[in-house]
Design a protein around this ligand. Sequence first.
Ligand code: HEC
Length: 127
Amino acid sequence: MVLSASLHAQSKQVKTENIQPTTARTGADLFREFCAVCHGVDAKGNGPAADALKTRPSDLTQISRRNGSKFPTVRMHRFVSGEDAVAAHGSRDMPTWGNAFKSISADAASAEMRVNVLVEYLQKIQK
Ligand code: HEC
């Protein structure tokens, strides 16, 4: 199954890699594996692919700060899984991880669990 996250920009192109089944389980592992390429290992938005995107990846350590010191758990869950993405309105730069994880997980519940673990991790790294 191929993750539909091809990164095109006017001048630069980032190689798209197939998403592989993974044994990574902790939020930190999942983050490094799937998110750091854009958001950076430190989650501040400076991953190696960031320059090739139309939209700058968000600084994920500042989510609470941008939301009145409260981490918007439900909204972040929806954002990461892509439930909020409206296909008819074109593509966003951020991949929809709900579907990507379903393609590599044994069942919908374990795909859901990856999103949960990641959102918990994000909550932990708030500055
Ligand atoms: C292909 C690059 C890319 C990858 C990989 C990526 N993101 Fe993103 N992400 C973005 C971009 C760009 C944005 C900015 C908003 C947009 O595109 O709509 C963003 C925004 C976000 C936001 C919203 C922050 C806010 O304040 O609203 C969250 C949360 C997030 N990403 C989490 C993740 C997680 C978790 C992963 C790994 C599972 C991940 N991202 C992987 C590019 C990426």
